[in-house]
Write a new protein. Sequence first.
Length: 316
Amino acid sequence: MHRLIQHLATTLLTFAVLFTGSAGAQADLVERFRSIDRGSSWQLVSAEIVNFQTFHTQGMTRVGDAFFMSSVEIVVRTERYPELRDGLDRTAGEGMGHLFKFDLDGNLLASITLAEGDMYHPGGIDYDDRYIWVPVAEYRPNSASVIYRVDPDTMEATAVFRFPDHIGGIVHNPDDGTLHGVSWGSRRLYTWDLDGDIVVNADADPESLRTLNTQHYIDYQDCQYVGDARMLCSGLTNYRMDAESPVFPLGGLELVDLRSGLPIHQVPVRLYTQGENRRVLTQNPFFVETSDAGLRVYFVPEDDTSHLFVYDVEVR
């Protein structure tokens, strides 16, 4: 009995240390992010080629020494309707969703496909120290989604619930047992309640679960939970001076309070890929962690043939 009590005490202490360490790391990350601004220095650390076809990249997270990235393979492109049909502005198209696991050198370790009927477009993803959460939606606004959780070790995917809107990104707040999703263009922010592994209000009126996004300069593409009911999101919006002017993509990172849906700290990101098809680095997948310099940020903005861009941001 004495040995059993000792074993239980050691186990509880281990969990407490891990929890405290994780919470402390998240708090440090948030504090560092809130200290950077548009004048902060971004230094390129590396730009490794990703050694497999990536299709149209969407969301990214890190588990140990591996990255997980969602992507959509487009087989038949959507086509616009001349007018709305049942609230939809385009055809469903055809495609396949992917979740890739790869190492820091860009080598593919494993992959799975994720799709259900017209729902084949994975969005931004998040890891909660147990599962990777992946929304897979129809490739059109105001449509439908299925939310998966994926075991990062076995790559086994489980459909958790379905929802009558396009969910383009999701995070899990394990501190209070809630899931948070963003709609197409992140104009609507949703909150669901978890009881263990069950979403208890998945069938509730969607309007009762949503908060309208009050910021409009970027659309969130990928988000990660960073503790204390906050998520850090990357995104962009394409702007034009007028109808004849070229598109100017403006990217940014944003810290969001999940309780109110309001932005806490916003930072524009003026970093672009090189070559003919230049893209702002915050176009879709990203991941942030602390570094000796302050923050280390990973991006994979390119389609099909991609690079893993790694930048250090100096904290003032």
